[in-house]
Design a protein around this ligand. Structure first.
Ligand SMILES: C[S@@+](CC[C@H](N)C(=O)[O-])C[C@H]1O[C@@H](n2cnc3c(N)ncnc32)[C@H](O)[C@@H]1O
Length: 231
């Protein structure tokens, strides 16, 4: 139950407009987006139960900045906006134009929506004039990224997180554990079966070290060790 600063939760002004799509309208939007873009990688929105579960790792009582990679129809985005304080910031990075156009309709002063690839997160941060974030939430299909862009994205994600910040990832496949272990000091993984498809969920925390190069357990570039791990 939410007890802290209750005046900031569920205020009418925080109920996002326009109203969220119904389940079947979401499926229809995913189907039409997927037909020309395989990176959309789903036809079903993540279930509300899984959304609540994954977002339970976020401390909504604080002023936080958050980036979401691959928000799709916005099931997480709307949930986050309904919980976040008025002084928080949410940046959405969606590479599919149709889904981006849908997300752009959400009117909320805390929200910035970018038609971009998550791989360009550092450029997005500059445009948004945000230096570091407390959380990155990601639903993009990491398994479809080649090794180099995958490593680059994890490194950039680590760099934009403040010390102690968290990357929360949900995926259909659990291949990412070794990669997260390489870039983050603390990694916790679980399976959530009550979702279509069942989800692999990870919480990766950046250590409280100011100099990110000191914290990494991988040499630069990281490819050689990861190639051995993944093979
Ligand atoms: C599996 S869907 C998840 C959608 C939504 N978050 C949900 O839970 O229903 C993946 C989403 O990530 C987007 N996406 C895929 N690769 C991306 C990338 N490199 N950068 C940003 N978005 C990406 C897709 O267009 C799609 O919206």
């Amino acid at each position: 139950m939410q007890t802290a600063t209750p005046d900031l939760f569920f205020e009418e002004k925080f109920l996002t407009e326009p109203a969220p799509l119904s389940f079947w309208k979401s499926v229809s939007l995913y189907l039409s987006s997927l037909s020309s873009d395989s990176q959309v990688a789903t036809i079903f929105p993540t279930s509300q139960q899984a959304v609540c579960h994954i977002c339970s790792q976020i401390d909504f009582s604080k002023k936080i900045s958050l980036i979401e990679y691959g928000p799709g129809v916005g099931v997480f985005s709307r949930f986050l906006l309904s919980r976040m304080r008025s002084d928080c910031t949410l940046i959405l990075i969606e590479r599919n134009r149709r889904l981006y156009n849908h997300l752009k309709q959400i009117r909320d002063p805390r929200l910035m929506v970018f038609h971009e690839s998550a791989e360009n997160v550092e450029r997005v941060m500059k445009q948004a004039e945000v230096e570091e974030v407390d959380y990155v939430l990601s639903g993009i299909p990491f398994s479809r990224l080649k090794l180099k862009p995958k490593c680059k994205l994890l490194r950039s994600t680590r760099d934009i997180l403040r010390p102690g910040g968290k990357l929360l990832v949900y995926q259909a496949f659990g291949h990412l554990t070794h990669f997260l272990d390489a870039y983050f000091e603390q990694v916790r993984v679980e399976r959530k079966w009550r979702n279509l498809p069942p989800l692999w969920i990870a919480e990766a925390t950046k250590g409280e070290i100011k100099d990110s190069t000191q914290a990494l357990r991988l040499p630069q570039p990281p490819e050689h060790r990861l190639q051995v791990t993944v093979a």
